[in-house]
Ligand binder design. Structure first.
Ligand SMILES: *Cc1c(COP(=O)(O)O)cnc(C)c1O
Length: 399
């Protein structure tokens, strides 16, 4: 063991602990669901992205099991080297039809879809313009690009500020290509990007749009087809990223767009070129998840009914849900230490909900982030609400 490395690791870890940034995952001892066993106790899980309850849906499980029987557990290689299994191609065709786009290319995760696509479609002659609250995987994808993108150079606009975006686009006219990238649903606030305005500005100033719909997939639009569907912007969003890991309940990410875009990413998307394909059961389970989404309106109806109930109930009890428009429901606390104490007290009351603090969100904007889902029963949410009220009253924090 190299002592220089070991000492550096020890110092850095201690520094994270000192700043209250140190993380350890809790251990889930039951399948994903509204109520789970975690670290030896039963809790209502308010921190999962399993929006539609598909992660443990009988039809999705059944499809995965059948696929294992027929195809085994591994794809064997990168797709262009080892050959693409038919089920991977079937999934892409299903997704393209679902998204009303010419083509879809699947990556092993939403994170890798961002790091595969963004640097592949931009060069040193281009500029990438970003919303300041974009997800970490967008930021990392942007950093892999040779294009201009830096905040210090003025290419990051204040959250959803369309005047500032227009100003960026005006200043960007000297570049060869202009790319505007935004979350469709912002993951820590639960608000929706003003996509019609973004698209109109991009059309006016000859820019192309990429929207990361990780939290809109399965949540917004027809059968959960995302923000382009929600705003009826079919054919006007150049690149849509979706995740297969959240509402779809399995794992993966994809890029939906033109056939030419797919052709390019097959040749220039580095995670596609150099990382092994999903196990076939993943693709088979995802096709089953799409079947449920397209044919059974009940999970999405329950998701939104639960989200409405949860937001209304919190508001009625005097909590501030920070303008969230989607199931992602932040409960405002403000002070970092108070939020972290609230998280611990909620856990003691049988509710698992994480405090989100600086640097994930701005200083002084700490919150408890909650995610009602189709997997929750009325009783789960009622119990969680009662716990929030008891904890708030005991803490007497501003909430
Ligand atoms: C979760 C998330 C991702 C990453 O998706 P995975 O499929 O989990 O890798 C990308 N973008 C946003 C906005 C996300 O919230």
């Amino acid at each position: 063991m190299n002592p220089t490395l070991q000492n550096w690791l020890a110092d850095e870890i201690q520094s994270l602990r000192d700043q209250h940034l140190y993380k350890t995952p809790r251990i889930l001892e039951s399948p994903a669901g509204g109520r789970v066993r975690m670290d030896g106790r039963e809790v209502v899980n308010m921190s999962s992205n399993n929006y539609l309850g598909l992660a443990n849906h009988p039809k999705v499980r059944e499809a995965a099991l059948r696929s294992v029987e027929e195809w085994g557990v591994g794809a064997g290689a990168v797709r262009w080297i080892g050959g693409t299994m038919k089920v991977h191609q079937d999934l892409e065709e299903r997704l393209a039809a679902f998204k009303h786009t010419e083509a879809v290319l699947v990556f092993t995760g939403g994170f890798t879809a961002n790091s595969g696509c963004i640097p592949a479609v931009t060069t040193k002659d281009d500029v990438i313009i970003s919303d300041e609250l974009n997800h970490a995987s967008i930021i990392d994808g942007v950093r892999l690009s040779a294009a201009a993108y830096k905040k210090s150079d003025g290419w990051v606009y204040p959250h959803k500020d369309m005047d500032a975006l227009e100003d960026c686009l005006k200043r960007a006219q000297g570049f060869k290509k202009r790319m505007v990238i935004t979350d469709g649903v912002f993951s820590m606030d639960g608000d929706i990007a003003p996509l019609p305005d973004i698209v109109a500005l991009c059309e006016r100033y000859d820019a192309f749009v990429m929207v990361d719909d990780a939290h809109a997939s399965g949540v917004l639009g027809k059968n959960g087809a995302g923000t382009a569907s929600h705003f009826d912007l079919y054919g006007r969003v150049d690149i849509q990223l979706g995740t297969l890991s959240k509402a779809l309940g399995v794992v993966g990410g994809y890029i939906a767009g033109s056939a030419r875009l797919k052709e390019w990413l097959i040749n220039r998307g580095r995670p596609y070129l150099f990382s092994t394909a999903h196990p076939p059961m993943v693709a088979a389970a995802l096709i089953a998840a799409l079947d449920v989404m397209e044919n059974d309106p009940e999970p999405m109806r329950r998701l939104w009914a639960n989200a409405k109930w949860w937001k209304d109930a919190l508001a009625e009890k005097g909590f501030d849900t920070m303008g969230s428009e989607t199931p992602i429901t932040p409960v405002y606390v403000g002070d970092e230490a108070a939020a972290q104490q609230m998280e611990r007290m909620l856990w003691d009351e049988g509710v698992y909900a994480l405090a989100i603090v600086y640097p994930t969100v701005a200083r002084g904007k700490a919150r408890i982030r909650t995610m009602p889902s189709a997997a929750h029963t009325e009783q789960d949410l009622a119990d969680a609400l009662a716990a929030f009220v008891r904890v708030r009253d005991r803490l007497a924090v501003h909430a």
